[in-house]
Design a protein around this ligand. Structure first.
Ligand code: NAD
Length: 354
């Protein structure tokens, strides 16, 4: 298995493979950078078609976490884990406990939490074997728990910042927003958008999730093939990565892209195509940092939900700074964000105040 020669390899510090025959666990942990602190990032459970596909994903996602944590000014490096398996069929408490042992074997260099396919219950099972886990249950008012709603809040505030910058409007009333994927993040995002009077279009491969948001928030369902090409003010990708490539960009009819999914651009140059098409792109790892902010606060302890909410309100300001700098320097927003993240990776972070 090639790792060092893969295009996704970016000087990662460590890539480790964990197997537990008793539970069927097959997992990979990638630490991209621990320069700013222990590598933190969620654990994704996904039925990858091959080990190579899983390796590519964990390499890309862990690098994204280095950038995300640096931009959110958290005392964390970047890491990620993937478990190869179908989250709807292959989960057992023992499997996640075995994954916890795998996390523990890294001696605190990697801290895990939820991502696509994993939940607070799964993290509780991970916590039986390691303390290097966050995103657990919490008492009312305390920081932490499921990061999905926190991510959704950051994305919602980020959409408002993008709308203000691009369309010169302070509210979302009457604007149309297409949300691709209405799972842990997309569901909460739809609620916030509907609450502000936006017209919400949704698509999901999971029929029950789609029905729920249509019923609860009066969202309009469209097909998964159509959602990216609808004529809308904002497109919010909240499913999986690499949805923006040459072919999908050619079909876009939106003015803003601002969503939760990690690694939305298939390649860096796709940001240039978006910019050429006059579409404002909110860099994914900046707008979707709400969840890791919550995870960080929970992990270090003693913080309240109110403090997490205040920190998440810093996301629109960071985005606006990126939008303005990109316009001033005639560069893409993703290039500006990447540069800012790399600069921060070489500086010491501000410490969290509990
Ligand atoms: P999730 O698994 O709960 O939800 C994803 C949803 O997307 C599911 O309902 C799934 O059925 C749907 N989906 C999958 N493929 C689709 C397709 N082709 N078209 C339409 N829908 C499709 O995951 P989540 O926690 O909501 O995360 C969503 C995205 O945001 C992921 O890319 C994740 O990495 C990213 N993200 C999540 C968090 C978090 O706090 N959960 C934080 C940062 C980034």
């Amino acid at each position: 298995m090639e790792v060092f020669d893969r295009p996704e390899f970016d000087g990662h510090e460590l890539v480790s493979f964990g197997h537990d025959p008793a539970t069927g666990l097959k997992a990979i942990i990638a630490l991209h950078s621990t320069a700013l602190g222990p590598a933190a990032g969620g654990c994704r459970m996904w039925p990858y078609a091959s080990t190579a596909e899983a390796v590519a994903d964990v390499l890309r996602l862990s690098r994204g976490m280095s950038y995300k944590n640096a931009m959110a000014q958290l005392p964390f490096g970047g890491g990620k884990a993937v478990i190869i398996g179908d989250a709807r069929k292959a989960k057992t408490p023992e499997l996640f406990e075995a994954f916890g042992r795998f996390v523990e074997s890294h001696g605190g260099r990697y801290i895990t939490a939820e991502d696509v396919g994993t939940t607070t219950t799964d993290m509780s099972n991970v916590a039986r074997a390691t303390r290097y886990v966050s995103g657990l249950g919490r008492a009312p008012g305390e920081a932490g728990g499921d990061p999905g709603p926190q991510t959704a809040l950051g994305v919602f505030l980020g959409i408002k910042a993008a709308v203000k910058f691009k369309l010169g409007r302070a509210d979302l009333a009457g604007l149309s927003v297409a949300v691709q994927g209405v799972g842990g993040v997309g569901y909460h995002l739809c609620g916030m958008l509907a609450g502000e009077g936006a017209r919400v279009l949704v698509a999901d491969v999971h029929a029950a999730a789609l029905e729920l948001v249509c019923r609860e928030f009066k969202a309009t369902a469209v097909s998964v093939d159509e959602i990216l090409s609808r004529d809308v003010d904002v497109l919010a990708p909240c499913a999986l990565g690499a949805v923006l490539d040459a072919s999908s960009i050619a079909r876009l009819r939106t003015r803003i892209i601002a969503g939760a999914a990690n690694n939305q651009l298939a390649q860096g140059q796709d940001g240039t195509a978006l910019s050429a098409a006059g579409i404002l792109y909110a860099p994914d790892y900046v707008i979707n940092a709400g969840g890791i902010i919550s995870v960080a606060r929970e992990y270090y302890g003693g913080a309240t939900q109110a403090q997490v909410t205040t920190e998440i309100h810093g996301i629109p300001q960071r985005l606006t700074e990126i939008f303005e700098r990109a316009r001033r320097e005639n560069r893409t927003t993703n290039a500006v964000a990447d540069q800012m993240a790399r600069e921060r990776l070489t500086r010491r972070p501000q410490l969290l105040v509990a």
